[in-house]
Design a protein around this ligand. Structure first.
Ligand SMILES: NC(=O)C1=CN([C@@H]2O[C@H](COP(=O)(O)OP(=O)(O)OC[C@H]3O[C@@H](n4cnc5c(N)ncnc54)[C@H](O)[C@@H]3O)[C@@H](O)[C@H]2O)[C@H](O)CC1
Ligand SMILES: [K+]
Length: 223
């Protein structure tokens, strides 16, 4: 699907079908958490690798707070590194950040590249909830720093909805693009994911349904 179409599906699911955005976000985050947890099974060790979830300013970040809550329930040590103070979040993202705070999930705010160098360590699962379908252009400022530092660490990298820096309509990566080992994308594959140039940045792709009715998916030709 095209970026604008998947955003339209989101709006119609909420505005016309009356599905709460919180329900869509919960389905997205829970589905993503299950795929991240499945990464672990191959290693055999019963110690669950720590997970660091990088959260941006929008609903892609909001997904990260849901992912954190579900991964904790699945036995993973989780922590959230947000690139914005949580009181700057709005809507469904703010709601889930507030739930995460009340639930005692560790949240640290990174304000500079130095903060990110300190906060991101090796041998973790790093989850990219920085920018999703609301991104325009190459990652700017602290978002570019976060991608650069995350790519430099030894560990497993998971992109949520799309790797930050990748144009999901064309598949063309920015100079700074999150290099994911796995991408969990919502509702449907993004058109750009079929561009071979995007492959090194996507890793293994999983599509997670978020409860959008089949009738609506069929209207957009994805069911
Ligand atoms: N039906 C669905 O697909 C659902 C998707 N969900 C998730 O929501 C995001 C889209 O959320 P949105 O708030 O619209 O946008 P982002 O989270 O991507 O944030 C965009 C935000 O970031 C700033 N920004 C934009 N471009 C840049 C840039 N180049 N550098 C730095 N900062 C940038 C700007 O402030 C924008 O407003 C979707 O991807 C899914 O993850 C729902 O959770 C469930 C339903
Ligand atoms: K992302």
């Amino acid at each position: 699907m095209k970026r604008e179409d998947v955003r339209r599906v989101d709006q119609i699911a909420i505005g016309t079908y009356g599905i709460s955005g919180l329900v869509l976000m919960e389905n997205a985050g829970r589905g993503a958490a299950e795929h991240i947890a499945a990464l672990h099974h191959g290693s055999g060790a019963d110690v669950k690798r720590p997970v660091c979830i990088l959260c941006g300013p929008g609903n892609n970040g909001g997904d990260g707070y849901v992912i954190a809550r579900h991964l904790e329930l699945l036995g993973f040590p989780v922590r959230i590194v947000s690139l914005v103070p949580t009181d700057r979040l709005t809507g469904d993202a703010f709601a889930n950040a507030a739930i995460a705070m009340k639930a005692g999930l560790p949240i640290q705010v990174a304000r500079s590249a130095e903060d990110l160098e300190q906060l991101l360590v090796d041998d973790e699962i790093v989850v990219d909830c920085l920018l999703g379908t609301g991104a325009t252009g190459a990652p700017r400022g602290l978002y570019a720093d976060a991608v650069t530092v995350a790519n430099a660490r030894r560990g497993v990298r998971v992109a949520i909805d799309l790797p930050t820096g990748l144009d999901c309509d064309t598949g063309i990566p920015s100079d700074v693009t999150f290099r994911a080992d796995m991408t969990v994308t919502f509702v449907a594959q993004k058109d750009g994911f079929s561009n071979s140039e995007a492959k090194p940045w996507l890793g293994t792709i999983h599509v997670v349904g978020i409860g959008v009715p089949k009738m609506l998916l069929m209207e957009f030709g994805v069911a």
